[in-house]
Design a protein around this ligand. Sequence first.
Ligand SMILES: CC1=C(O)/C(=C\N=C(/C)C(=O)O)C(COP(=O)(O)O)=CN1
Length: 456
Amino acid sequence: RRSWAEPYKIKMVEPVKMTTRKDREKAISEAGYNTFLLRSGDVYIDLLTDSGTSAMSDRQWAGMMLGDEAYAGSRNYYNLEDAVRQFYGYKYLVPTHQGRAAEHLISKIMISDGDVIPGNMYFTTTRLHQELAGGTFADVIIDEAHDPENEHPFKGNVDLQKLEDLIKKHGPDRMPYVSIATAVNMAGGQPISLENLQQVRELTAEYDIPIIHDMTRVAENAYFIKKKEPGYADKSVAAIVRQICDLTDGATMSAKKDALVNIGGFLAVNDREVFEEARNLVVVYEGLHTYGGLAGRDMEAMALGIEESVQEDHIRARIGQVQYLGDKLIGWGIPVVRPIGSHGVFLDARKILPHLSQDQFPAQTLAAELYLDAGVRAMERGVVSAGRNTETGEHNYPDLELVRLTIPRRVYTQAHMDVVAESVAEVFANREKISGLNMIYEPKYLRFFQARFERA
Ligand SMILES: CC1=C(O)/C(=C\N=C(/C)C(=O)O)C(COP(=O)(O)O)=CN1
């Protein structure tokens, strides 16, 4: 029995267009060699992101019919509140339309000008909202996380010495919270261990500094703890998720990932005052505090998605599919981030295109070439995503210059994974012929979403 065979069967299908190379040449040049600017109709296998792209279950679709669209006090809000309390343990809930909205609220409430927010590697929207609130992000992830080939099983871990040095340098008063992400996205979906999180908790507690948890992919992190951290093999993913959350003071959640919905997110905290401020602020930016920019039906689907996200068979199949693709590429000698992470396989564009400097945007180039080969859409996770240094205006040059093959949950089959692997192998075989790109349009914020390029 394939350990990762899916615990579900397909009831409805959504036909996708099979394009020709000629179609794709036209589409990618019109999209300025930016996969974010492609029409989904021109994409065969869409691995741009696992955000909002998962398939909902029949129970979630049924939940959409149970939307209580009252403006205030919707039944679905209380079902969502129950799910957050039961599965994550946080006391107070503020629903938002998606994750960055929760990041906006918590940053505005907890960060003051000149504050420093340590975190285990940056994430694009998280860091931007910290900066917009006047804070500066400081990376405290272990060095191994910046090395794509290092096989450390918990590359999401915090370097406690780096964190303590920062606390001593800036003082706890300049540190509104430590930002801890589970299944660290930009490192390649790399988990933090419970042991390390407990050590972070002990250290921050000494200085009374709260921990805010980016729990977007917490179930996947819990699965890695179950499989790799000594002492957890017999614990359920659900129990490990609770244990992780119980070591933190609050969380921002993009429910568009682990919680299996197409839109949704929330801020959840244990501190009553932070909650009251967030509940007040949410009506300014999102909507009344019992819907936060979501329809009742969305909150119902989210409550059900949270319950499904921690089911053993589901998470085993989800991670198993990612591992399947990763193992295939590793077997063919294609440089990818190791160990294989939570939500995708990350191609090492620097290693695949050593003849391109980061000023020629290797990851951006590789993502475009992959799309051209067979219509597989991936995402650039390199210097374009890293943006510019707010002081110098120079590019941030990250060690990790990656192309993310992000696997939506419960959407693609193993045959699709085989097509993706074969297409990556085809591009890899012709890598010497690939030339770089010039950026010809660069937006001010989160440039990777809308930047445009031309062939150098
Ligand atoms: C770890 C983490 C994310 O991965 C994240 C969004 N990620 C996207 C869109 C992605 O493609 O990875 C967000 C923002 O969530 P949002 O896309 O606004 O629902 C927060 N934290």
